[in-house]
Write a protein that binds this ligand. Structure first.
Ligand code: S3P
Length: 430
């Protein structure tokens, strides 16, 4: 039962069946952007169905890039490194990835452009890209507190050696893209290894990179060449079904064609540690990305701590891990996750609010949450806070609660996974 903008989720007995996920959001953004500045026509299958990746495609069109889309097949006609001056604002919608990564490309153009976003995006910090891109020679004006809109005046860029102060794959990728427009070698060092889709995508499009541990260098002026690729299924979207399946010993779930890149798959180690049985098969490499089939069986869930590197590696999955935490035996504690406060919503506050509305005990810290285990939750009327991952995480929590849960603003799921509620209903056994 659902009505305008709100979805009601009832308790379940298990999750069963097979599900193929829409293309990974992180990879779809990168392939679309690199396809735009490559030579030749890039053909992508299983492109993300989320509104965020549609924002990227929309911005590219405003920059003179021609593309066609039929369902999840996207063809991008590359223009080479030089894009066309836009005659309109570049609307990034809700997408932090679009604004941050595209800024790297715009910094190297011979024109000025302005990137805007929705209310949530307009509150998110951009100093992390403004600072290094200005060091490279671009001029970037922003709203108060280095927030969007961003007005970028491109320039012939200079090489920099830059140590990222915050672990962020979006920023790393943005600077690598800018590095294509530099005369010389741009070197980036990250404090913690973050997802490496930017590096792998650049290499897939034919760029030479020098990668060692947490350091990556790129020399400017390289020509990119179009690719044909199938985007692997999004593991951050699969996370909701993996966690839902984990809640019930009778669950049996098969997920073919899933992205299993080790910089994204920490969730699997984490769930195995909790007591979930997971097997992988049909492993293969596609354009440097590891892809395979997962088989998942629920089990008795122990407890866990998520700290330091794990907090960064699991950053998009923490909302759903927190949502299943009360149902574990020993609970879950999450620390070192300050970054959650500046995502699409303040995810620490959003999670704590919703868990408490369901009757859970939760301790909130500046950098995380402690959620005791062995709790019984009840259905409640919850908010998505306009945040796709909060809407989906609490649909999962609702499956083991007593009574019905209403999720207001559930349509936020369109940002990364429009088909989520439909697929959840198909997999859920009652
Ligand atoms: C992403 C990186 C992460 C993640 C986001 C996607 C990417 O953000 O939370 O959903 O595709 O590079 P940060 O770079 O801010 O950590």
């Amino acid at each position: 039962m659902s009505h305008e903008n709100s979805v009601v989720v009832r308790p379940a007995k298990s999750l069963n069946g097979s599900v193929r996920l829409p293309g990974d959001k992180s990879i779809s953004h990168r392939y679309a952007m690199l396809g735009a500045i490559a030579e030749g026509t890039t053909k992508l299958e299983n492109f993300s169905t989320g509104a965020d990746c549609a924002s990227t495609l929309g911005c590219l069109r405003t920059l003179g890039v021609e593309w066609d889309r039929k369902d999840t097949s996207v063809t991008v006609r590359g223009r080479g490194l030089k894009l066309h001056p836009p005659n309109a604002l570049l609307d990034c919608g809700n997408s932090g990835s679009t604004i941050r990564m595209l800024s790297g490309i715009l910094a190297g153009q011979e024109f000025a452009s302005e990137l805007v976003g929705d209310d949530s995006l307009s509150r998110r910090p951009m100093a992390r890209i403004i600072k290094p891109l200005e060091m490279m020679g671009a001029r970037i004006e922003s709203a108060h507190g280095a927030r969007p809109p961003l007005r970028i005046t491109g320039a012939k860029l200079k090489a920099i050696e830059y140590k990222l102060p915050v672990a962020s794959a979006q920023v790393k990728t943005s600077l690598l893209f800018a590095g294509l427009y530099v005369d010389g070698i741009t070197r980036i060092e990250e404090p913690i290894q973050t997802r490496d889709h930017g590096e792998l995508a650049l290499q897939a499009f034919g760029a030479q990179l020098d990668r060692r541990m947490r350091e990556v260098s790129i020399s400017g002026g390289q020509t990119l060449h179009a690719i044909e690729a199938t985007v692997p299924g999004d593991i951050s979207s699969a996370a909701f079904f993996l966690c839902a399946a984990a809640l019930f010993p009778d669950s049996q779930l098969v997920i073919p064609g899933l992205l299993l890149n080790p910089t994204r798959a920490r969730l699997l180690d984490f769930l195995i540690g909790l007591g979930v049985r997971i097997t992988m098969s049909e492993l293969q490499e596609q354009h440097g990305e590891l892809v395979g089939t997962l088989q998942v069986q629920g089990g008795k869930l122990k407890g866990a701590r998520v700290v330091r590197e794990d907090a960064a590696a699991l950053i998009d999955e923490i909302p759903v891990l927190a949502a299943i935490a009360p149902y574990t035996a020993e609970g879950i504690e999450i620390r070192d996750a300050h970054e959650l406060r500046v995502k699409e919503s303040d995810r620490i506050a959003s999670v704590a609010t919703n868990l408490r509305l369901m009757g859970a005990e939760v301790e909130e810290f500046d950098d995380g949450l402690r959620i005791p285990g062995g709790q019984k939750l009840h259905g409640a009327s919850l908010e998505s806070f306009g945040d796709h991952r909060i809407a989906m995480a609490f649909a999962v929590a609702a499956l083991r609660a007593e009574g019905e849960t209403e999720i207001k603003g559930a349509d936020a799921a369109v940002i990364s996974y429009p088909e989520f509620f439909e697929t959840l209903a198909r997999l859920t056994q009652r």
